[in-house]
Design a protein around this ligand. Structure first.
Ligand SMILES: [Zn+2]
Length: 500
């Protein structure tokens, strides 16, 4: 397959008109128009995208199992993650519904959830994600799906990331040290909060000599400028999730904190962005409001090369170059500057997403040419016809379409007082993956549970979060009601302005 268009290689070059040659799961060559094609490509299928070709986007922070839930109505400003995780409203809106749905819905619910979550990623151009810990098969191996999983890579030579979400306790230092000693990338939620308790986690890492170059620090909100400098000197990596920080704490990282390279992460739908296209807009608005000249190119780097470097996957993904994996995103060409074009793009503008050489999602016309028509499922995004190719014969999700998955999720979530009805989709490959399940890593401390719940009436139902921002007209009204979100994000000049 040959893709034609403007090519943003993220390797220092933008080719105004060029071709990407894809052979199997790899990029075989990248050429400017007019340069001769490599030998043997005369009969290849050529797709003139008419758009701008980028490396697939990499999202380095998620709790993807929760992405079926809508935006949480954050009750007040919090100082630390432990405050909201203990709150009755959090238990009522997040912990209790998720516990019910996953325990009562079993493998069918887990499968529908993973199908929905992966398509949500595809619709935002994401080809690698962190935080999808679903398990299947003997011994509960982590699920490898359509979108690459930072914690369960499927390619030889790609390191497998470790993860720790809760605060580090003294007696767990040895365990974390052993993980870091392995050299594998390790994600840690560092200082998620603005108080002293948050900063103490940084002190602990520093005292225990755990600030290593394979440590990927998510959030870092409670750190001072000198702490961030220490992180840079230690060559650790920072993942910035501005939207989640602003919604929960009314504060996030600034120009000094992000003076070096950083990556971006959406966190999760209850308090974060729906996809990276959304998160880049938040980052851009935040910088603009603070008078900080954060370039579009820097944001483009944060979701491609910088993220790949943090994962130590930079020889495989994050750039368009010969020998790299064929993970690609094609967008409409709406802006002269290709980096601004990426930051301003909405889900409507996504023409094509390719992972591992497979066209998985895009405009219907493009997918009709690029994919096998018999595998396509059709849908609309922002009034544009789109198509999905979810075909993956060995997957425990094989045979579960997006619509069927969403119908099941909606019916399960519409009545939280009883177990979900049986699904209408087939459970193929069921024997091998009888125990398919998702791991919930944001349920909080169990001992707080009865006390908090006593103060909150349980919810009888909860809506399924829409897949995109463009097709959720009420979304911005709900943002306007969020108490901690700064005024710059609200009203007609806020985030809405990007989605007209
Ligand atoms: Zn998180």
């Amino acid at each position: 397959m040959v893709l034609e268009g403007k090519i943003v290689t993220m390797a220092g070059e933008v080719i105004d008109r060029g071709r990407v040659f894809v052979e199997g799961d790899r990029i075989a060559a990248v050429r400017a128009q007019g340069s001769p094609a490599p030998a043997g490509w005369d009969d290849a299928k050529v797709i003139d995208t008419g758009g701008v070709i980028y490396p697939g986007l990499i999202d380095l922070h998620g709790h993807l199992a929760y992405n079926v839930l809508p935006l949480w109505e954050v009750p007040r400003r919090y100082e630390n993650r432990s405050d909201w995780m203990r709150a009755g409203a959090y238990k009522r809106d997040i912990t209790v519904p998720m516990d019910h749905l996953t325990s009562q819905g079993g493998p069918a619910f887990a499968r529908a959830l993973v199908r929905y979550v992966e398509v949500k990623l595809l619709m935002g151009g994401t080809t690698v994600a962190q935080g999808l810990r679903s398990k299947s098969g003997p011994g509960g191996t982590l699920y490898r799906g359509l979108v690459r999983n930072a914690e369960a890579p499927d390619e030889a030579g790609m390191l497998r990331a470790g993860t720790r979400v809760p605060d580090l306790q003294l007696d767990q230092v040895g365990q974390m040290r052993a993980s870091l000693d392995s050299g594998d990338p390790y994600f840690f939620h560092l200082a998620e909060g603005v108080d002293e308790k948050a900063r103490n986690q940084f002190r602990l890492l520093q005292d225990e000599n755990l600030l290593r170059d394979n440590l990927i620090c998510i959030h870092c909100v409670g750190l001072g400028a000198a702490d961030h400098q220490t992180l840079r000197q230690s060559a650790t990596h920072t993942v910035w999730s501005p939207f989640s920080n602003l919604l929960l704490y009314g504060a996030t990282l600034d120009k000094e904190a992000l003076a070096g390279d950083f990556a971006l992460g959406c966190d999760w739908s209850p308090s974060g962005s729906r996809n990276l296209l959304h998160e880049m807009k938040v980052a851009s608005l935040h910088a603009q409001a603070a008078g900080w000249n954060l370039s579009h190119e820097m944001l483009a780097r944060s979701v491609t090369v910088n993220a790949a470097a943090a994962l130590q996957w930079d020889e495989h993904v994050g750039r368009i170059a010969e020998g790299m994996l064929a993970d690609l995103l094609v967008l409409d060409s709406n802006q002269v500057d290709p980096f601004e074009n990426l930051v301003r793009a909405t889900e409507r503008d996504v023409r094509l997403v390719i992972i591992d050489g497979h066209p998985r999602y895009g405009d219907r016309g493009v997918m009709d040419t690029a994919a096998s028509v018999q595998n396509l499922e059709f849908l609309g995004v922002g009034l544009r016809p789109k198509a999905l190719d979810l075909h993956q014969p060995e997957s425990p999700l094989q045979g579960i379409g997006l619509q069927a998955a969403m119908d099941f999720l909606r019916s399960a979530m519409s009545d939280l007082t009883k177990p979900p009805p049986p699904p209408l989709f087939p459970m193929m490959n069921a024997l091998a993956d009888e125990e398919f399940s998702v791991e919930l890593d944001m349920q909080g401390e169990v001992e707080d549970f009865p006390l908090a719940m006593a103060a909150a009436e349980p919810r009888r139902s909860i809506p399924l979060d829409p897949l995109t921002v463009v097709d959720d007209p009420d979304y911005f009204d709900r943002l306007d009601e969020q108490p901690n979100l700064p005024q710059d994000f609200k009203g007609p000049e806020g985030l809405r302005a990007f989605y007209h």
